[in-house]
Design a binder for this molecule. Sequence first.
Ligand SMILES: Nc1nc2c(c(=O)[nH]1)N(C=O)[C@@H](CNc1ccc(C(=O)N[C@@H](CCC(=O)O)C(=O)O)cc1)CN2
Ligand SMILES: Nc1ncnc2c1ncn2[C@@H]1O[C@H](COP(=O)(O)OP(=O)(O)OP(=O)(O)O)[C@@H](O)[C@H]1O
Length: 208
Amino acid sequence: MTSSALPTSDQAKRSTRRALQQQRASLSTHQQKTLSLQAVQHLKTQPTFRNAKHIALYLPVRGEADPRQLRYRPLPHQQFYLPVLSPFHDNRLWFVRWNAQTRFRLNRFRIPEPYPYYRHSRPARWLDMVITPLVAFDMHGTRMGMGGGFYDRTFAFKRTQRHQMRPRLCGFAYDFQKIDHIERQRWDIPLDEATSDASFLRFGTGIY
Ligand SMILES: Nc1nc2c(c(=O)[nH]1)N(C=O)[C@@H](CNc1ccc(C(=O)N[C@@H](CCC(=O)O)C(=O)O)cc1)CN2
Ligand SMILES: Nc1ncnc2c1ncn2[C@@H]1O[C@H](COP(=O)(O)OP(=O)(O)OP(=O)(O)O)[C@@H](O)[C@H]1O
């Protein structure tokens, strides 16, 4: 399909994605660091974070908000994980323990990821909280990512298992990434909460 034949909403989504990716990438290192630390501070005091034991973060690329300081002075029960592109399933994620011994390699998007040792990995449904990268989000928790559908596929079980509250998906972003409305697609798994440099937000996601 040529781009002129795409439905308007697809075109609009693409141009929104591109504009916000550019805005993210044009932040100075100082701005990225300062705003990311503010977002970390908002989340660190929340019971949803303090009570979580198994927490997935991500390594930021191309100006993404940086959640790594969430590991600073962890509570004694907290363990951290990173996403790894599944070697077995297309466009799905595994989660691998992140500690001082973790060894990294670059994945096909040139994002560092831990070696996918099975014994260091944890199934997505056994995580308590997943700090989620995103390009844009709205006030209903609808999330727009890089366009690979990785998080939607990996957490699709949250839709069918209505009693399943875990893991909580928490978007991590700059405040300018909060936009008025994102059209929710049937495969979209909404965020439960989001944190930005301006605030922490909890959504009534309505799929439970
Ligand atoms: N830091 C970080 N890690 C992450 C994600 C993310 O969004 N951010 N992902 C979230 O799902 C997964 C990886 N998904 C990704 C999907 C697309 C691109 C990307 O750069 N796409 C290019 C096109 C590149 C190509 O096709 O080769 C682009 O958007 O221009 C990167 C990561 C897992 N790890
Ligand atoms: N559970 C699923 N099963 C099959 N295909 C899916 C599923 N979830 C998403 N997809 C497909 O993935 C593609 C990308 O979806 P979308 O644009 O919502 O990605 P995204 O959420 O922006 O990306 P990401 O989560 O990787 O950051 C869509 O074409 C969609 O059909």
